[in-house]
Design a protein around this ligand. Structure first.
Ligand code: AKG
Length: 182
């Protein structure tokens, strides 16, 4: 069976109404930055606005989304996973981007194994902003549809192309194993 570097859900995992609600609720709580997976802040590498989405505020959403990521994991990779990080809501305005990176790294990111991205914006509401995966000599670009989820192993190199028009919102999250890949 061919290896799957990234899998996109056929169905929406969050309804368009809910996507709009999440964006609206957090419209005033975005801050520039966040750290890259190497633990440093550098807008040449990553320029996006970030708002945390805590388990305390969204228990039902976590209860819906995490099992879907686990199901995709069972289907494609079968990693041992037992916890997850807090979700982050990211906003990209024109000029925002995220250069090539992996989601696992040293320190607190060492045990990340599975990453996911959920599109919250309709694709026609912004230009650019494709997630590009490095899969061998070729790159695979995905413009994530509203409500759908891309799941991928956290070691897969990926980047987000600069947004050139409009606003792009996504939710991102990571699942962990007790130990790092070995
Ligand atoms: O904005 C995205 O689609 C993905 C962001 C990302 O790669 C990350 O936060 O690690």
């Amino acid at each position: 069976m061919a290896y799957t570097p990234a899998s996109v859900t056929q169905d929406q995992v969050i309804s368009p109404a809910r996507c709009g609600e999440i964006i609206h609720t957090h419209s005033k709580s975005f801050k520039l930055g966040g750290l890259t997976s190497s633990g440093h802040s550098n807008t040449d590498v990553r320029k996006a606005l970030v708002s945390p989405i805590t388990l305390k505020d969204y228990p039902e959403m976590y209860q819906e989304i995490i099992p879907i990521a686990l199901e995709v994991n069972r289907e494609h990779w079968k990693y041992q996973l037992d916890s997850h990080d807090s979700l982050q809501l990211l906003k990209y305005t024109p000029g925002c981007h995220y250069d090539w990176h992996m989601d696992l790294g040293s320190g607190q990111h060492e045990t990340r194994k599975l990453s996911f991205i959920i599109g919250l914006s309709p694709t026609e509401s912004y230009e650019g902003g494709e997630v590009i995966f490095k899969v061998g000599p070729e790159n695979k670009a995905i413009k994530i549809e509203q409500g759908k989820m891309i799941t991928f192993p956290s070691f897969v190199l990926h980047k987000v192309a600069p947004v050139t028009k409009g606003e792009r919102y996504v939710l991102v999250g990571w699942l962990r194993g007790e130990t790092h890949f070995n």
